[in-house]
Design a protein around this ligand. Structure first.
Ligand code: AMP
Length: 429
């Protein structure tokens, strides 16, 4: 029987990875400008990390985690997200003792056993960043400004920033009581999950995706009027900063996020071109998370986001036509016979060392077949190395799009191919 990849887990072939690389490059450059540094945490964590931070009542912990017993009986889980891991590392290595805010970013695969569809996978890729140790709305603002810059750099223009304040531990009890009361008589009509959540964590009812429950959920009170003074002020200050700096947003009082650790600021960037899976990225503040994992009060609060790289790439593709120049070699070097293999290899090495993407054709094939291959690879040029060229160092350069041919020395060739390589990313920018 043929073996295929696991449902919801896909191979990213070179035509896909080139987009992921471009996103990762832009993300690294943008994060560096805001003085973030990379952290790499393990893909497998103790299950308890997620039950304690993401929350027992969430879909992620309740239904979607890949959890297994290790050979010694310990319960392990493939990470469904990385904020919990970063917070664990922050606590484990006492990173709050270092000067300034702790600003970390990560990139990598996450695992959730969701129903696969376009833009939703069981192994998917997130790029995220966390700022730990600070509670100021200025930190929230800078994170959102950084995300706007990243979206711009990736050519995604029509993403909408949606924000809300989900309150904090102090105002939750009153809101939970109000939700329970409002749910009251309608609860028996709702799904089994909502009935359970109304008891254990009523805020999670707002997260329910069951269509029949939506009219009931739409009529529930919003958090806005339950915010305490601290959360209200924090949200007002964030909005002022966004307004003053020309970052547009929409307040959605029903925006809650699917993880329990969020407090105060919550946000998403949504994108119309993505259909049902319209959340490009999401995040928020999670004051108290590191303390729940064992840090002292002085370790401070935190805020972060995770962007779905798979969805980001779909939005980038919708915004730009794929340029073959990103994956195609700048030139294919063609040694006409075995005697020219050595000079062809030396030339290829020299060009590759200056960062030019070069393919080498098999020596001794018919020239027409090698040229055909170069066209199929969408190479810009073919460099033909026959006995005369090898002896003189004057290479025969064929421009494959125009069909013109000329002789050129090594320096000239290098300069020409570098020009092509430099122009390639600009074509898609
Ligand atoms: P979350 O960690 O749930 O806040 O999700 C953050 C972002 O990750 C979302 O906005 C999505 O873009 C992306 N994401 C979450 N789950 C999936 C999934 N199963 N497949 C693809 N992307 C996902």
């Amino acid at each position: 029987m043929k073996i295929v990849s696991v449902k919801g887990m896909r191979d990213l072939l070179p035509a896909d990875t080139v987009w992921f690389q471009r996103l990762e490059d832009e993300a690294r450059a943008t994060f560096a400008a805001y003085n973030f540094q990379e952290i790499r945490t393990p893909i497998v964590e103790p299950t308890e990390l997620f039950t304690r931070s993401v929350g027992e009542e969430t879909d992620i912990v309740g239904k979607e985690m890949y959890t297994f017993a290790d050979r010694d009986g310990a319960s392990l889980t493939l990470r469904p997200e990385a904020t919990a891991s970063v917070a664990r590392a922050y606590v484990e290595h006492r990173l709050w003792e270092r000067p300034g805010l702790c600003k970390l970013y990560y990139m990598g695969p996450m695992f959730r056993r969701e129903r696969p569809q376009k833009g939703r996978y069981r192994q998917f890729y997130q790029i995220g960043a966390e700022v730990l140790g600070g509670n100021s709305p200025v930190v929230d603002f800078e994170l959102l400004a950084m995300l706007r810059l990243l979206l711009e750099r990736c050519g995604i223009q029509d993403a909408e920033l949606v924000i809300n304040s989900v309150g904090c531990a102090d105002d939750r009890p009153a809101y939970h009581a109000a939700l329970r009361e409002a749910l009251g008589a309608r609860l028996p009509e709702m799904c089994a999950d909502c009935q359970r959540r109304a008891q254990t964590n009523p805020l999670r009812v707002l997260d329910c995706k069951v269509p029949a429950d939506q009219p009931i959920i739409a009529a529930l009170p919003t958090l806005e009027s339950f915010l305490d003074d601290k959360c209200r002020l924090h949200f007002a200050q964030l909005r002022q900063l966004l307004d003053a700096n020309g970052i547009s947003y929409r307040v959605d009082p029903r925006l809650v996020r699917g993880l329990d650790y969020y407090t105060s600021t919550a946000f998403e960037f949504q994108h119309g071109a993505l259909g049902a899976q319209n959340a490009l990225l999401g995040g928020g503040r999670y004051d108290g998370l590191t303390q729940a994992l064992g840090a002292p009060a002085q370790a401070g609060g935190g805020i972060g986001f995770a962007l779905g790289a798979d969805r980001f790439v779909l939005a980038m593709q919708a915004a730009q036509a794929l340029s073959a120049a990103l994956t195609a070699p700048a030139a294919v070097i063609i040694p006409l016979s075995a005697g020219e293999l050595q000079p062809a290899l030396a030339l290829a090495e020299r060009l590759r060392r200056s960062g030019i993407r070069i393919e080498l054709a098999e020596s001794g094939r018919k020239l027409s077949r090698s040229l055909e291959l170069a066209s199929k690879l969408q190479a810009g040029y073919a460099v033909i190395v026959g006995a005369d060229e090898a002896a003189s160092g004057q290479w025969q350069l064929k421009d494959l799009s125009r069909g013109q041919q000329q002789h050129i020395d090594t320096e000239g060739l290098e300069a020409r191919l570098k020009e092509v390589a430099a122009a390639a990313p600009a074509e898609v920018a």
